[in-house]
Design a protein. Structure first.
Length: 255
């Protein structure tokens, strides 16, 4: 809700509140959004304030106005919570949405010094040959992630035998190949989309995107290096941090 005692403009507070509700699934894509009149009553503000707040969400792509019909929710958002190792398909299904994938390529790759210079993450493998799975992950048909997943050849080539347009790689790995993942290390950063990534994600070239690089382990051995590029307007990563309290409840400073 909003706090009229805060220095933040009311329309800005309302925009943040409504945006968070959409992200948290209060409304689904395609749902009819409340009318300006309903929002005026809910927040106790003027029509001008509501119009400014809703217009911002329209400009950001969260909502779409259809003359004579109303305002509708248009954007699907994926949130990863740092509470366990899961693949894209598992995350999306857990939220009640439908994941699919376009499989762009399935290829082997010889690893040498030149390749490692361009793709440093491949240095985690001792193998001279890896298998590359290139996909676009979608939610209800909308592109969210461009993925290049590198595996030891023997593992990756077996994963590729299954229908990866409808099944996640981690599911195939654990259910079909009986290889259990135990942990992963990942790095998240920002970048701009190159031509191939932009085309796959259906955004403009040089649009801001999120990059997540992950190394996944099974029995202490790296079995996957993945390069994942996310649409920044459809994905967010939430990390829950806890502050450890010392047993004595604090520290004593020397005087």
């Amino acid at each position: 809700m909003i706090d009229k005692s805060q220095p933040l403009p009311l329309h800005y507070q309302i925009t943040m509140d409504l945006r968070n509700k959409i992200r948290e699934g209060y409304w689904s894509v395609g749902d009819l959004f409340p009318t300006d009149k309903d929002l005026m009553e809910q927040y106790g503000v003027s029509s001008t304030t509501i119009r400014r707040a809703v217009s911002e969400l329209v400009n950001e792509g969260w909502l779409k106005r259809q003359p004579g019909k109303g305002t509708f929710v248009t954007k699907e958002f994926v949130e990863t919570v740092d509470d366990g190792l899961r693949g894209f398909f598992e995350e999306v299904k857990a939220k009640g949405m439908t994941p699919t994938a376009d499989v762009l390529s399935l290829n082997s790759l010889l690893v040498d010094e030149n390749i490692c210079e361009h793709i440093p993450g491949l240095q985690v493998f001792k193998d001279s040959k890896v298998f590359v799975i290139e996909k676009v992950h979608r939610i209800d048909g909308n592109p969210v992630t461009y993925v290049k997943s590198y595996w030891p050849y023997d593992i990756g080539s077996k994963i590729a035998e299954f229908d990866l347009s409808l099944r996640g790689m981690y599911e195939v790995l654990e259910v079909e190949l009986k290889i259990s993942l135990e942990k992963a290390e990942q790095l998240i950063s920002s970048k701009i989309a190159d031509e191939k990534e932009a085309k796959a994600l259906e955004v403009l070239e040089k649009s801001p995107v999120l990059l997540m690089e992950r190394v996944a382990y099974a029995q202490g051995i790296p079995v996957e290096f993945s390069h994942n590029v996310y649409r920044a307007d459809r994905y967010r990563y939430r990390l829950v941090l806890e502050r450890n309290q010392p047993k004595n409840g604090g520290i004593v400073l020397d005087k």
